[in-house]
Design a protein around this ligand. Structure first.
Ligand SMILES: Cc1cc2nc3c(=O)[nH]c(=O)nc-3n(C[C@H](O)[C@H](O)[C@H](O)COP(=O)(O)OP(=O)(O)OC[C@H]3O[C@@H](n4cnc5c(N)ncnc54)[C@H](O)[C@@H]3O)c2cc1C
Length: 398
């Protein structure tokens, strides 16, 4: 089989790359090792309504969120929004939508098709992928490979371009039936009771359905997130005690890189997108919208590069956009994360007071890591609360 572009991985990054590349007329194949898109959920699915609208993900794909709650061992703050801003996605339905959009533009999507090897001929500039599919072993040639294989970075690692992630978050989650859920409030729990290096969450999907999970930073803590989560559920710690009966219906587990952007996102004949290159916000481990945005860009730049044999030079626009949009944002988020990882339980009790001192817009900028220098300077200089000033000064520090 011969294609212009071969995509490894059918998460939000790969599916979005397939959509945009195929829409622009390229012959595209995407390979997903799981039996269906969104089959194996590795995410909690919180995102932002504004961005989802931009990517044509309409309100039937998510539960809207207006309010936010932070719980620390001895403190609890509530932030009431003026309108619905965040959302909890029906992940499977959303990924199936992204897949249908890619299919409608003409991309060939292969499920239960694992890419097992990749090589590139520097003379012909053609890459060859070996794939185990439902009909046996296949070989596929393409000028450009988009590595959207997520945390494992399969293709880029196989070619020796990158090494495995050293710092990452491990998350375990149950999607549950519960008797009573406040469906417009997203709850984050911090401090060692909930996670030794990270946070726990309650993300509502409807009046009777929530995702309850625990994320733990590695190598900061050796604690197993699954054990921690089971412990929280059996002890029914606050706020789980408010939910009535909690009946797990699905188990989800995932790993997410958390060490910042990789230094390079493009190579001769290859683009890295989504978790392969570390595009998620490390503060709150949020990567879906970036995976879609940069997946679409990878598809577009990829098509434009084909007449130049997808040389490194011809992929420059992607590399530049990746750095320009994400590098500063991610580095600022990493500074806050470093501070948060060092907090004791009593310090967490005080830290969430800072969040209480923010306006809803400041809070949203913060949680979304919208750390533009002008916005942060304004808060760092003028905020009436000293602790908030200090936090935003930290973001600005070189
Ligand atoms: C516990 C946890 C909670 C999270 N919560 C949120 C959240 O609330 N909101 C948010 O925005 N982000 C969240 N994230 C991050 C988000 O899930 C990722 O940033 C996002 O999924 C990245 O998309 P991707 O397409 O790059 O990778 P993935 O979604 O991981 O997709 C990669 C795909 O490649 C396939 N694949 C891998 N290797 C091969 C191979 N060799 N051949 C074929 N297919 C292959 C995989 O099966 C997978 O389907 C969370 C992550 C974790 C771990």
């Amino acid at each position: 089989m011969r294609y212009d572009i071969a995509i490894v991985g059918g998460g939000p990054a790969g599916l979005s790359a397939a959509y945009s590349a195929s829409k622009q007329g390229a012959k595209v194949a995407l390979f997903e090792k799981d039996p269906s898109f969104g089959h194996n959920i590795r995410t909690s699915g919180v995102s932002w309504i504004k961005e989802m609208k931009k990517y044509e993900v309409s309100n039937e794909y998510y539960n809207p969120i207006r309010n936010f709650e932070f719980i620390s061992p001895n403190n609890d703050i509530a932030i009431d929004g003026k309108e619905d801003t965040a959302c909890v996605l029906d992940v499977r339905k959303t990924y199936q939508l992204l897949a249908s959009k890619a299919a409608a533009t003409g991309a060939d999507l292969y499920v239960k098709s694992q890419v097992t090897d990749i090589s590139r001929d520097p003379i012909s500039k053609v890459s060859t992928l070996k794939i185990t599919t439902t009909s046996g072993r296949e070989s596929v040639e393409s000028l450009l490979v988009i590595d959207a294989s997520g945390f494992g970075c399969f293709a880029a690692r196989k070619l020796g371009y990158v090494t495995e992630w050293r710092r990452y978050g491990a998350g375990a989650e149950y999607e549950c039936y519960c008797d009573k859920v406040d469906k417009s409030t997203l709850t984050l729990m911090v401090g060692s009771k909930y996670s030794e290096a990270g946070y726990a969450w309650v993300f509502p999907l409807s009046e009777n359905r929530v995702r309850i999970g625990v994320g733990i930073g590695k190598p900061n803590s050796q604690v197993d997130p699954i054990k921690k989560l089971n412990g929280l559920l059996s002890a029914k710690v606050t706020p789980l005690d408010r939910l009535g009966k909690i009946q797990p219906l699905e188990f989800h587990f995932g790993l997410i890189p958390n060490q910042g952007l990789r230094t390079k996102s493009t190579y001769d004949g290859m683009i890295l997108v989504g978790d392969t290159v570390g595009q998620a916000n490390p503060l709150v481990l949020e990567g879906i919208r970036y995976a879609i945005e940069f997946g679409r860009l990878a598809g577009k730049v990829g098509v434009d590069s084909l007449s130049y044999n997808s040389s490194l030079e011809s992929l420059k626009q992607y590399e530049m956009a990746n750095k320009k949009t994400l590098e500063k944002k991610i580095n600022s988020a990493l500074k806050v994360q470093a501070r948060w990882l060092g907090l004791s339980d009593s310090e967490w009790d005080k830290e969430i007071e800072i969040i209480k001192g923010l306006t809803i817009d400041e809070f949203l900028d913060f949680i979304k890591s919208d750390f533009t220098t002008s916005k942060m300077l304004k808060v760092a200089l003028n905020h009436p609360k000293l602790l908030a000033k200090q936090l935003f000064n930290l973001v600005l520090k070189k």
